[in-house]
Unconditional design. Structure first.
Ligand SMILES: NC(=O)c1ccc[n+]([C@@H]2O[C@H](COP(=O)([O-])OP(=O)(O)OC[C@H]3O[C@@H](n4cnc5c(N)ncnc54)[C@H](OP(=O)(O)O)[C@@H]3O)[C@@H](O)[C@H]2O)c1
Length: 324
């Protein structure tokens, strides 16, 4: 069962504003469609066995509890020696994105996972909805104005209380990050956004680098359809993969890693988990990067579900501050 010597070592990257190191490749914990908790828990154990140490969940994925059970098991049976060897992220859901609900929401997350702290806690979307149990999609009439300053101050409290080693955001535009940086006492360590060869986000990545905010790529393979989307179906990526004797998924993940960002990829299949780890002992050439740059661009996750004709965010142009 031991991982030592049998699986590739995943490089880590130091977060600027939290003092913790994040493995640059993590396992996404958003199965779509949902799966039984037992499947999720076994995926966590398989993942640890093949070498993953970084897990990315969120309250709205409803996998916190099963991830927590997997963690308890890998610790109890000695597959990992201590909690410190793992890097665990979760995210604040929009119904808890209110100043007085942030710390209680994180405490509930920790209770669900039977953990004392998270390595990283993120604001999932810069959106608020009527307080209540986590629900997706959000009802049109339930959206409320988002109090960035109040919610971020409460996120800072989470870090000060030791409930999260680092704090950050997700789905933030450059404009929202600018606003946040003017009010933050603790700047965000991470901005988790969609990044893949069909939505390359060059400008946002450069902006984040200039502010020492690490970008984490979500949907690096183009999302849960895996195999039926722009990334996996790209002829350019297929050509590169064939020439290098790699898979399209490996080329897409290696491309993400070579952007100097972290990547979270979801697979609950042990062979594909292993395959996705096989990206650290080879490189893409500048010619291959050039070809990937020519791939037509568009978001997979366009954010429509976070807008409502009733406001406060009516259109995706507003949601993304025109950065679309
Ligand atoms: N912050 C946010 O708003 C946000 C939004 C979306 C996602 N995320 C996070 O990012 C994670 C990853 O994104 P994602 O789940 O949207 O999509 P993804 O990782 O791009 O793709 C996952 C899909 O690809 C398949 N797959 C994985 N490895 C493969 C391989 N080597 N070959 C072929 N197919 C493969 C998976 O199926 P199998 O499991 O069957 O292998 C699954 O269907 C999520 O799980 C979540 O943690 C965050």
């Amino acid at each position: 069962m031991a991982n030592e010597g049998t699986s590739p070592k995943i490089p880590t990257i130091q977060l600027s504003h939290g003092g913790v190191s994040m493995p640059v490749l993590g396992l996404g914990m958003a199965p779509n469609p949902p799966v039984p908790d037992e499947v999720t828990k076994n995926a966590v154990i398989d993942a640890v066995e093949v070498g993953y140490r970084h897990f990315d969940t969120a309250t709205i994925y409803f996998t916190e509890k099963a991830l927590g059970e997997g963690i308890t098991q890998v610790l109890n049976c000695g597959m990992v020696k201590s909690r410190e060897e793992l890097f665990i992220t979760s995210k604040l859901w929009v119904s808890d994105a209110h100043p007085n609900l942030v710390v209680p929401a994180l405490k509930t997350t920790l209770k669900n996972m039977k953990l004392e702290y998270l390595d990283l806690y993120l604001i999932h979307w810069a959106v608020s909805a009527k307080p209540g149990p986590p629900v997706y999609p959000i009802k049109q009439e339930d959206f409320l104005p988002f109090d960035l300053k109040g919610v971020w101050t409460a996120m800072e409290e989470c870090q000060r209380l030791g409930l999260a080693k680092a704090i950050g955001v997700s789905n933030f535009t450059q404009k929202k990050l600018q606003q946040l940086l003017t009010i933050a006492t603790i700047p965000p360590a991470v901005n988790q956004v969609e990044v893949n060869p069909t939505w390359q986000q060059k400008e946002l990545i450069n902006f984040c680098k200039s502010k020492h905010i690490l970008v984490t790529a979500y949907s690096p393979l183009g999302g849960p359809l895996g195999g039926h989307n722009g990334v996996m179906e790209s002829n350019i990526l297929k050509e590169i993969a064939k020439a290098k004797g790699k898979t399209v998924a490996q080329v897409a993940l290696r491309w993400g890693y070579e952007q100097g960002i972290a990547v979270v990829v979801k697979s609950f299949n042990k062979d594909r988990m292993k395959q996705n780890l096989g990206i650290f002992d080879w490189k893409l050439t500048s010619d291959e990067h050039e070809k990937i740059r020519s791939i037509p661009q568009g978001r997979t996750c366009d954010g429509t579900d976070y807008t409502s004709p009733l406001g406060p965010v009516c259109t995706i142009e507003e949601l993304w501050d025109g950065e679309i």
